[in-house]
Design a protein around this ligand. Structure first.
Ligand SMILES: [Zn+2]
Length: 365
């Protein structure tokens, strides 16, 4: 079964589980006149709704790429996550208001043994189902599934507090309903804001996952003839659709034919092993003749603390041109000025060369 079908299947299970819970809790809640149990039911209803949105999102994001959208529709998944988060936020806000009303205006809930048993069973159903959804979501790299799994586990803990409140009221006839409701609401609101923040970060574009870039660099470096991997960038169009670029450094004696073969092999291998569509650029490196000069210049550069890396060092012997790239820390506000200073200092030591220095960004680890 492919990823999309699995996600849809789990989401449908989620809808069924939640609707069954909604029915039972709503009945118990109304009979017992318990606001916290009714809120619990509303919360389950919003979970069912988010599963429906996940399915709709999957169906839309799985559409084939076309001329106008050659990168596919994968980013629609981010929109469905935002909509889910807003629904959960709304549910949290409503229950906060209801709970505060309850504290201010009072009203007694009356429980019986049957309703306590139903709430108790619901806690376990929700907990185990939530763990299952979270586990599968991680396996399938689906942020919507992980979010709803985490949400469900949180809900089960909140239901536990509802249960304890009901139990206390059953035994000692003290009403904690409103207070428990406030705590539940605040936790629901907190979860929704976290999902919202993560998803919006994904939409804005965040630093690529360090584990992934490490793996990718290692794979490219493992090829004979690759002396270094630099300027790695990754962009995604949905969680499982990543496009990237990188520079590799090779000896300047390599022929186009050899480079062609090398880069093709790397690109194919990266796609097969990591599913990343990679484009490579080439830096050439000198033979050992210029090693000392490179070391010297690296040493000068290393005195400037906001420079994170020097790479792509190359001396064009016949033209007396030295070129290299510098990566500055994002904290550095005037990289161009610092670069000019660095070049000035290098020129004192190696006056016969002209310097071409490109400023790269610190895109990935
Ligand atoms: Zn570079």
């Amino acid at each position: 079964m492919d990823r999309n079908k699995k996600i849809v299947k789990i989401s449908i299970q989620g809808i069924i589980v939640n609707i069954v819970l909604v029915i039972f809790k709503a009945i118990v809640g109304f009979i017992a006149n318990s606001i916290s149990i009714i809120l619990d039911a509303v919360n389950n209803l919003s979970d069912a709704l988010s599963s429906i949105i996940t399915i709709v999102g999957m169906a839309l994001s799985g559409k084939r790429p076309d001329k106008k959208h050659p990168y596919g529709y994968g980013r629609i998944e981010y929109f469905s996550s935002v909509i889910i988060a807003i629904i959960v936020l709304f549910a949290g806000g409503t229950s906060l208001k209801e709970s505060i009303d309850k504290i201010l205006n009072g009203g007694d809930a009356t429980y019986n043994i049957a309703s306590l048993i139903i709430i108790f069973v619901a806690i376990f159903v929700k907990y185990f189902f939530g763990s299952y959804v979270k586990r599968e979501g991680n396996k399938l790299n689906s942020s919507s599934l992980v979010a709803s799994g985490v949400d469900a586990i949180g809900d089960s803990i909140l239901s536990l507090s509802t249960f304890i409140g009901a139990l206390i009221s059953f035994i000692w006839h003290i009403s904690l309903e409103g207070y428990i409701g406030v705590i539940i609401s605040i936790m629901i609101i907190k979860t929704s804001l976290e999902i919202l923040k993560d998803t919006i970060d994904d939409m804005i574009g965040i630093r690529a996952d360090g584990e992934l870039t490490k793996k990718l660099r290692k794979l490219i470096k493992s090829y004979n003839g690759v002396e270094g991997v630099y300027d790695l960038t990754l962009h995604n169009y949905g969680p499982n659709n990543i496009i990237g670029t990188a520079h590799i450094e090779v000896k300047d004696k390599m022929t186009a034919r050899e480079i062609h073969k090398l880069t093709r092999n790397i690109v194919m291998d990266v796609y097969e092993k990591l599913g990343i569509v990679l484009t490579l650029g080439i830096y050439s490196s000198n033979d050992s003749k210029y090693n000392d000069m490179k070391k010297d210049i690296t040493k000068i550069v290393s005195k400037y603390k906001t420079v994170l890396q020097l790479h792509g060092f190359y001396v064009e012997e016949d033209k007396n041109i030295v070129s290299f790239d510098l990566i500055f820390d994002f904290e550095e506000l005037e990289p161009v000025k610092v670069k000019d200073e660095i070049v000035k200092e290098i020129k004192k030591k190696y006056p016969k060369y002209n310097y071409i220095v490109i400023l790269d960004k610190d895109f990935s680890d």
